[in-house]
Design a binder for this molecule. Structure first.
Ligand code: PHE
Ligand code: ZN
Length: 900
């Protein structure tokens, strides 16, 4: 809806539907200009709800006919609802037939039925089905679907929908048909159809249970060669869910279809997943290691939804994290298992935590902060957030920890499916099943308080203070928690926080952990449960002064404050048995240096040239990590990557983004120069990763070689040396795969070398026909380092490039979003021109695709903590958007929160 004045919906106002739709038979006559949809429903009153009118949702539909039990009936249209008052009384089912038309080729929102590259696609989550036909568009109404597709055979040779193909054949006038029946009842948000010229990679598999299944990955004819990795990932995901949770594929056929016009990553429609091409297509020559890893993760994610989301779905959209948090948790576990070694698993964990901290923590501290299970919304599309997804996954992970690990968790999952298979349920139901399956666990003991993770927004802070008594050989740890206010929630009750810890001796030894009053068990790692505002734990028999290694593996999504000395952090960096906390210690050291150089430069008002001043002992420690032959390259790459500008900014009360940028750049330059010898040997050792394989070990080697090359080019920039840029250009030209090619190009770009220009030209020339690679080409230029404000004009010029198209979400993201969200040093200009550009683009996008516009609108969420002159300029830009005469509900809701 375009009028932008829709009102809020509240979780507590949930009421069960007044009618059920048991079965639906849909007939589509597909035509881009005018598609006809015949919708025959078997409807009955819900005996548990007082008799009332039937209100069906519908948007932008042309209504031609309504019939009840084969006869005409009276009806009203009220806003976006079709209201039927004179329906048969009693509990007998009746037939309701509705005939409508819609215009897929005019659908630029990509929600409902739309056309992309002459192919029909649907997107129904969350509320797109109402743009296809009138229906009870809510997830707790589950129906059996039978779908008849009819279309011109030459233009649309492939006709797909959910479930099993039961019939197909020819019609008059060059048309043909296919009938699909889904054996499982489902909510309408899981409906899908696809029609067009597509080809499939096929794979027949036999499950552990001995059943045969057909797997298909459907793409445009030229893309078949790029589907192997997606298919492999799908097979791996199927096997993983069977072994790990005993969950098997419940369909004879499972299809994935790729489209290049898609608002999100992918969609778990029952048996017919629709994917953004970005998360399907990959070849070594065109996709990076990151792309390969993302494909594995997203294919896994959508497949895992088949149980967590589809078999058990959400009662209402406030429960979105029931399926999303749980499914993200599952895909993260899957990716860790696929990575293999303990070190590779830790690397994945670190990457996930980085996302949480640089995207979810800011969300939780800004105007859009909301609980994992929100209490109200205006536009549900605005709540597909990092809080619902990533923090939701942490909430599931904590439950696993609190039921004692994998076995307890598997018991909980089993009970969850026994109780709720085939139903639409709530987050409470999930947590209850976990607790009931593990009655003696800390989760069961603290269930009500634990569930505050679902209801309270904001990132809790845990303050830790330790005291060592050498005479008594005791170590006392006091933990205090608090949570800042968030919109609508001024006061918070304590959270239940699983805190995994170890104690590390100054010599690096892992010390035994024996709480006062316990028998010695020799454990060197355990999980404390913090459930009060403040708790004290005393460990006995502590033979030496320990350094506490707290929140290992990031056991809870909190901010941990602990007054570590540099020496203590260096001990953890060198010795902690927990790789996550080794990395964390390094990040804390670097963060500290960054914050102190920002404080210094703030004192010398206006200074933007900041000298890196990482103390020598920290540089030495990082050098030791980089040179350590025992450590994985992937881990080294993470340790030697500085905290992001967003994460650094989150630590400040008032942010001058240029200062943050300058401070981080100065530290990078210092690391580049001081560790030159080690960067050189890292490059030499890892630059040839052999025949391309996307596994964790070889991508780790490429990642470290890539960082080394960019550091070497950066160091060369300040010394005027041309050898490394020359090597980078050479590597760019002869690279054996896209990861190496892009890393080499990136090295030239970040060091701002003149060879970057010819390299970019060659890159365009070579990949001009590959949309996903062109996206990278745009993104690289939007994210390049700013020199005297040159990035914004370059971005504006690229918007005029013949290959640019704002209507294609991937392309819009590659240029506009990369500039506004991934390049703070260029976006936050003192003259506010970056913000003015942002406002223009939000409005331009909003005119045809509110969902994508709303994502971009979030780029200025944290404007209130900007320093002047940024703050005033940001406010003006947001007000300009808010004042636009026509605004979608999506963008309206966000700017209203931002200005509140
Ligand atoms: N449900 C999808 C997922 O998480 C995301 C999505 C939401 C896609 C809404 C499209 C529209 O896998
Ligand atoms: Zn999902």
């Amino acid at each position: 809806m375009r009028d932008g004045n829709a009102s809020a919906v509240y979780r507590l106002q949930y009421a069960p539907p007044a009618f059920w739709i048991d079965a639906v038979e849909l007939t589509f006559d597909l035509d881009p200009a005018k598609t006809r949809v015949l919708n025959k429903m078997r409807v009955r009153r819900n005996p548990e709800v007082a008799a009332q009118a039937l209100r069906l949702d519908g948007e932008e539909l042309q209504l031609a006919r309504v019939q009840v039990n084969g006869a005409g009936t009276s009806f009203k249209i009220e806003e976006d609802q079709l209201v039927l008052e004179n329906l048969p009384e009693g509990s007998e089912p009746f037939d309701l037939e509705i005939f409508t038309t819609c215009a897929p080729e005019k659908n630029t929102q990509l929600s409902g039925l739309y056309v992309s590259n002459a192919t029909f696609f649907t997107q129904c989550e969350a509320q797109g089905f109402r743009r296809i036909t009138y229906f009870l568009d809510r997830p707790d109404v589950m129906a059996s679907f039978s779908v008849l597709l009819r279309a011109d055979k030459a233009r649309y040779p492939v006709l797909l929908s959910n479930g099993n193909l039961v019939e197909s054949g020819e019609l008059a006038d060059g048309r043909h048909f296919a009938r699909w029946v889904d054996p499982h009842k489902k909510p309408c948000y899981l409906f899908a159809l696809v029609a067009g010229k597509l080809v499939a990679r096929e794979q027949q598999i036999t499950s552990r249970a001995g059943k045969e299944h057909l797997l298909q990955v459907w793409v445009r004819p030229g893309d078949l060669g790029k589907t192997e990795h997606a298919m492999n990932s799908l097979m791996a995901a199927i096997a993983w869910d069977e072994t790990r949770f005993g969950l098997s594929l419940d369909l004879e056929r499972f299809m994935i279809v790729a489209t290049s016009d898609f608002n999100m990553g992918a969609m778990e429609n029952k048996g017919l997943n629709v994917f953004n091409t970005k998360y399907v297509l990959a070849s070594p020559a065109t996709a990076t290691d990151q792309d390969f890893a993302n494909i594995e993760g997203v294919v896994g994610h959508e497949y895992f939804h088949n149980w967590t989301g589809n078999r058990v779905t959400c009662r209402d959209w406030f429960q979105l994290s029931l399926k999303e948090g749980l499914t993200v948790f599952r895909d993260q576990e899957f990716s860790q298992d696929m990575a293999g070694s303990a070190s590779a698993r830790a690397t994945r964990r670190i990457e996930d935590v980085r996302v949480l901290r640089s995207a979810q923590f800011p969300e939780d501290a800004g105007p859009m902060a909301h609980p994992v299970r929100p209490d109200s919304y205006v536009e549900i599309n605005n709540f597909y957030t990092v809080t619902v997804y990533e923090k939701g996954a942490e909430v599931v992970r904590m439950q696993r920890t609190l039921v004692g690990g994998h076995e307890g968790f598997a018991r909980g999952m089993k009970l969850y499916f026994e109780r709720h298979d085939g139903h639409a349920v709530t987050c409470d139901d999930f947590a209850q099943a976990m607790a009931d399956a593990n009655p003696a666990s800390p989760l069961a003991q603290h269930l009500e308080a634990f569930k505050r993770w679902y209801s309270q927004a904001g990132t809790p802070r845990v303050k830790a203070a330790g005291h060592y008594d050498a005479d008594a050989r005791t170590y006392t740890l006091t933990l205090m928690q608090s949570c800042p206010p968030t919109p609508g929630q001024p006061d918070k009750l304590p959270f239940v926080i699983p805190l995994t810890l170890g104690l590390v001796g100054e010599d690096g030894a892992a010390l035994p952990l024996q709480l006062a009053g316990e028998a010695a068990a020799g454990e060197t790692q355990r999980t404390l449960v913090l459930h009060e505002a403040s708790q004290t734990f005393t460990f006995e028999g502590v033979a030496q002064r320990p350094v506490p290694s707290l929140l290992r593996s990031f056991s809870a999504p909190v901010i941990l404050e602990c007054d570590y000395s540099d020496a203590e952090l260096l001990t953890l960096l060198a010795h902690d048995a927990d790789p996550f906390n080794r990395w964390e210690a390094g990040q804390r050291l670097l963060l500290r240096v960054a914050l102190s150089s920002i404080a210094d430069s703030a004192e010398q008002a206006g200074a933007t040239a900041i000298n890196g001043h990482i103390p020598e002992d920290i540089v030495d420690a990082l050098r030791a990590v980089l040179a350590d032959p025992q450590l994985d390259p992937a881990f080294k790459e993470l340790v030697l990557t500085l905290p992001s500008e967003v994460y650094i900014a989150e630590q400040l009360d008032e942010v001058d983004p240029q200062q943050v940028h300058a401070a981080r750049e100065a530290l990078r330059l210092q690391l580049a120069t001081a560790l030159q010898a080690q960067w050189r040997s890292a490059w030499e050792q890892h630059q040839d990763s052999g025949a391309y394989r996307p596994d964790a070990a070889s991508s780790g080697r490429r990642a470290l070689a890539g960082l080394a090359l960019s550091m070497l080019c950066l160091a060369a920039r300040s010394s005027g040396d041309t050898v490394w840029p020359g090597k980078a250009y050479q590597r760019f030209k002869i690279a054996a795969n896209m990861t190496e090619r892009l890393n080499a190009l990136g090295a030239l770009i970040v060091s701002d070398h003149e060879l970057a220009r010819p390299a970019l030209e060659r890159f365009h020339e070579r990949f001009r026909d590959d949309a996903l690679v062109l996206d990278k080409w745009f993104a690289l230029q939007a994210a390049r380092p700013d020199r005297g404000g040159n990035v914004l004009p370059a971005v504006q010029a690229l918007m005029q490039h013949p290959d640019f198209n704002l209507k294609n979400p991937n392309r819009a993201r590659s240029l506009v979003f990369s500039y506004c969200s991934a390049n703070p040093g260029a976006f936050h200009r003192r003259d506010g021109a970056g913000y003015a550009f942002w406002a223009e683009q939000v409005l331009a996008l909003d005119a045809f695709n509110p969902q994508v516009a709303a994502r971009l609108a979030r780029a200025l969420d944290r404007w209130k903590r900007l320093a002047e002159p940024y703050r005033e300029a940001a406010r003006a830009a947001i007000e300009r958007v808010a004042a636009a005469p026509k605004l979608s509900n999506d963008v309206r809701e966000l700017v209203t929160h931002a200005l509140a």
